[in-house]
Design a protein around this ligand. Structure first.
Ligand code: AMP
Ligand code: MG
Length: 525
């Protein structure tokens, strides 16, 4: 048997729903409901992240044992544990959506390993009281996407939940992938996610909306005690201190997304982590050509509420909703508003500090901010690949580079999606930008070697572009998982040159421009 150090702190600290049936219902006065994962025909291991496994103390022998497959597909309940689904609510696309909850997530247990508490959660292991009209299942394609992207984000240094494994269930799941009235069977899968906690803004909103102040207090105390050790959970200001910290963490997270070109796609308050992690990988996407207006989510295609360039202001809107929920027990409306005002000010400071680092600059001032704003505009004006541009810039040799039209067109060749006309205004503007940028670099006078190292550490060479994940998925649907392995391996070291993977350091291929799964994704998963 696999040895885990079980620690059920969440279920110990918060009340359970007394109803233990699986009936879909509105839950009151409880933070979760006990549930059982469903039975699957033939679980098959598709991929394990050995690094994630170490978080809960699993050895390589554990991963290979038959217990691993049984436990992490939900087919065997670990001794002295009781799986549960959490109750939460939320605002979806700007509207109050009422009770949501873990409709297809089942928490297995929490472990305490090397002083770290980790919750283990299956996604796609069957229905729960929170499943509403849906089936509680997940398909292989979205499971591969969640698994690869969680681990890739971790290695990029972006706060995220982790993914231990993807297991194919052996059963089919019916999905209408394009929401166009053509439902079809697809292979089902279960992802096992790991995180210190899966609590979201929505867990707080749930109790606040139901007027359950007693449990909202308990939840707040639990969250602070377990996940905000720097705050004294018994002090009078602990609620405000928590809110200040979650504001800081959330904004820092969004700036990290902007740094690497990640678009979450569904920033509803039920998908906002209470500890500032990226959580719930659905119709997310990565920026190929730099476009602040882009979102991969077809459900959001019209309003583009969750587009790349708007993620910071949406985060702030979500924090307002959390403030409203907390206000019901902590009061202090003015203090909460002040914290939100402070948070709003953190956005431009954090954003420009991050962006000047991407440019290899150190001093934040009017000139460096202007260089950032101009480059954003230029990147967007004539289709330019974000990852390739910043990575190439990271090793720019300013003594050899000719910032004229010919020099720029040839140097930018790999990053431009098409060659601009030689007389185009955009080339003239690029020329001016490079002249000013190089002059500024010379003035800052950071040793070349150091600048290159610094820039390479914030400008990844490899990210999980949508078409890459889709290629891995297409192969997996034919029973070939080698691309899942290859991408996983490559994305473990996104900042290293790894020339053996150079074939992935290219612009999105033309065939992927409009292909489903590559340029757009529905919420169907
Ligand atoms: P999402 O947009 O994926 O974050 O999901 C929003 C809500 O819908 C959450 O409460 C999910 O648990 C629930 N949900 C999504 N897909 C399913 C499904 N296949 N079965 C049951 N609940 C689901
Ligand atoms: Mg969700």
């Amino acid at each position: 048997m696999i040895q885990l150090n079980i620690d059920n702190s969440f279920t110990r600290s918060l009340p359970a729903d007394p109803d233990t049936t699986n009936k879909v219902r509105q839950v009151r006065n409880a933070a979760y409901s006990f549930v059982n994962p469903m039975h699957f025909s033939k679980p098959e291991l598709i991929h394990v992240s050995p690094e994630a496994a170490t978080l809960i103390g699993l050895t390589s022998a554990d991963i290979k044992s038959s217990y691993f497959l049984e436990i992490f597909s939900g087919q065997r309940i670990y001794p002295n544990t009781k799986p549960y689904a959490m109750a939460y609510a939320g605002h979806q696309f700007g509207n109050w959506a009422g009770q949501l909850g873990d409709g297809r997530a089942i928490n297995l247990f929490e472990t305490l390993h090397e002083g770290r508490r980790i919750a283990t959660q299956l996604k796609g292991a069957g229905s729960t009281p929170y499943s509403r009209h849906a089936d509680g299942l997940a398909v292989l394609r979205s499971s591969i996407r969640e698994h690869l992207c969680s681990e890739a984000m971790h290695h990029l240094g972006v706060p995220t939940t982790r993914s231990l494994s993807v297991i194919k269930t052996g059963d089919q799941v019916i999905r209408d992938m394009f929401y166009d009235g053509h439902p079809a069977p697809e292979p089902g899968a279960v992802v096992c996610r790991l995180s210190p906690t899966f609590l979201r803004f929505g867990n707080f909103e749930f109790f606040a909306a139901n007027g359950d102040e007693k449990n909202l207090r308990k939840l707040l105390e639990y969250t602070i005690r377990e996940f905000y050790p720097s705050i004294d959970s018994t002090s009078k200001s602990s609620g405000l201190d928590f809110f200040r910290e979650i504001c800081r963490k959330t904004i820092a997270l969004i700036i990290e997304w902007q740094r690497v070109g990640f678009v979450h796609g569904v920033m509803n308050t039920d998908n906002m982590s209470a500890i500032g992690l990226t959580i719930d990988y659905g119709p997310y996407g990565w920026i190929d050509n730099y476009d602040e207006d882009w979102t991969p989510n077809t459900t959001d295609a019209e309003l583009r509420r969750y587009r790349f360039g708007r993620q910071d202001s949406v985060a702030l809107w979500n924090l307002y909703q959390l403030a409203n929920a907390l206000h019901t027990i902590i009061g202090h409306a003015d203090a909460l508003r002040d914290i939100l005002d402070e948070a709003e000010k953190l956005i431009p400071i954090g954003y420009y500090s991050m962006m000047i680092k991407k440019l290899g600059l150190r001093d934040l001032d009017e000139e460096s901010i202007d260089l950032v704003d101009r480059v954003r505009k230029l990147l967007q004006q004539h289709e330019t690949d974000m990852t390739i541009f910043f990575r190439k810039l990271s090793t720019l040799d300013i003594s050899a580079f000719q910032p004229d039209k010919t020099g720029i067109t040839s140097w930018m060749g790999e990053a431009f999606y098409s060659s601009p006309d030689n007389n185009s205004a955009v080339l003239t503007d690029w020329e001016k930008w490079f002249v000013d940028y190089i002059a500024r670099l010379k003035r800052e006078n950071i040793p070349v070697h150091q600048r290159h190292l610094d820039m390479k550490s914030v400008n990844p060479k490899y990210v999980l572009r949508n078409y890459m994940a889709q290629m891995a998925i297409d192969a997996a649907y034919k029973g070939d998982y080698t691309l899942v392995d290859e991408l996983y391996e490559m994305l473990r070291k996104p900042y290293e040159d790894q020339p053996e993977y150079d074939r992935w350091f290219v612009r999105r291929p033309d065939w992927a421009r409009t292909k489903a799964g590559c340029s757009m994704l529905s919420c169907s998963s």
